[in-house]
Design a protein around this ligand. Structure first.
Ligand SMILES: Cc1cc2nc3c(=O)[nH]c(=O)nc-3n(C[C@H](O)[C@H](O)[C@H](O)COP(=O)(O)O)c2cc1C
Length: 257
């Protein structure tokens, strides 16, 4: 069984290569008594700011897992900053250490930092499918390992932490604004994993206290009418969804019941 969180489909695509029993974390969040039982249980999610997304961390903390093999896979696009070691320390403190933690390099969907068109050009050299196959082999063999942090990734993480301490958080709410190009189609309301967007008089309205900044809405808008409220974008005309995940599948994964 895999419990997954995804904004643009990378983590869902990765999860599909690793198991067939997939459960959407956002759709489980409203259940009060969360218990999962399977031979192997995996969590697959994107990396946010060199860490596990807080919503996924809270989900793990407040859920019960009955399994012989608990593993975590984080999809990322550029630098993982040695996240596996930090996640394991956190899980150990929760009394839920993982048997296996690894990362997989995919396309980076962080619009303030990257041009999605340029990112697409880089995708072939990332050899995503080969890496996913290697992870699958590890998991099938019930390998016990936590990805080590190289000195370079540790330095990158330290530099990032220093920047945040000096300058404050990078992503601040409200993260998004909606331009006059909006046609009121409601795609943003359906792809939002947190159910924090609703249409009012044909216009999206955000409940920003629930927004986790995953960028699903901005990437999925067919009009490119969802934009950053204050952050500069490298290429406002380029958006991304994992090419193997149709919009309808992303909506099925994220739509709130
Ligand atoms: C808010 C945010 C922060 C991110 N931070 C990082 C990061 O620190 N390092 C990195 O390599 N990629 C980062 N990314 C890129 C995603 O982790 C990556 O594209 C991931 O595969 C997206 O998965 P998804 O399509 O399942 O949402 C970030 C993306 C978002 C939206």
């Amino acid at each position: 069984m895999i419990l997954y969180f995804t904004a643009t489909g990378n983590s869902l695509y990765a999860a599909k290569q690793l198991d067939t029993e997939l459960v959407s974390i956002p759709q489980e969040l409203n259940r009060s008594d969360r218990r999962y039982k399977a031979d192997a249980i995996g969590i697959v999610c994107p990396l946010f700011e060199l860490d596990m997304p807080p919503v996924v961390r809270t989900f793990i903390r407040d859920s019960q897992f009955e399994t012989d093999y608990f593993y975590i896979i984080l999809t990322y696009g550029c630098h993982h900053g040695g996240v596996a070691q930090r996640v394991q320390a956190d899980l150990q403190a929760m009394g839920k250490p993982a048997d296996y933690i690894n990362t997989v390099l995919m396309l980076d969907n962080a619009l303030p930092v990257f041009d999605m068109d340029a990112q697409r050009q880089l995708e072939p050299e990332k050899q995503v499918d080969a890496h996913l196959a290697a992870l699958r082999a590890d998991i099938d063999a019930r390998k016990r390992a936590v990805q080590p942090a190289s000195d370079w990734e540790k330095e990158f993480y330290a530099g990032y932490r220093h920047m945040i301490e000096e300058q404050g958080p990078y992503y601040v709410q409200p993260l998004y604004r909606v331009t006059g190009d909006c046609i009121g189609c409601g795609t943003c309301t359906r792809v939002c994993p947190m159910g924090c967007i609703s249409l009012r008089d044909g216009r999206p309205e955000y409940q920003t206290d629930r927004c986790v900044g995953c960028m699903a809405c901005i990437h999925a808008c067919p009009q490119k009418a969802v934009q950053f409220a204050s952050l500069h974008e490298v290429n406002p005309n380029a958006r991304y969804r994992n090419p193997h995940i149709p919009l309808a599948e992303l909506i099925r994964a994220n739509r709130q019941p």
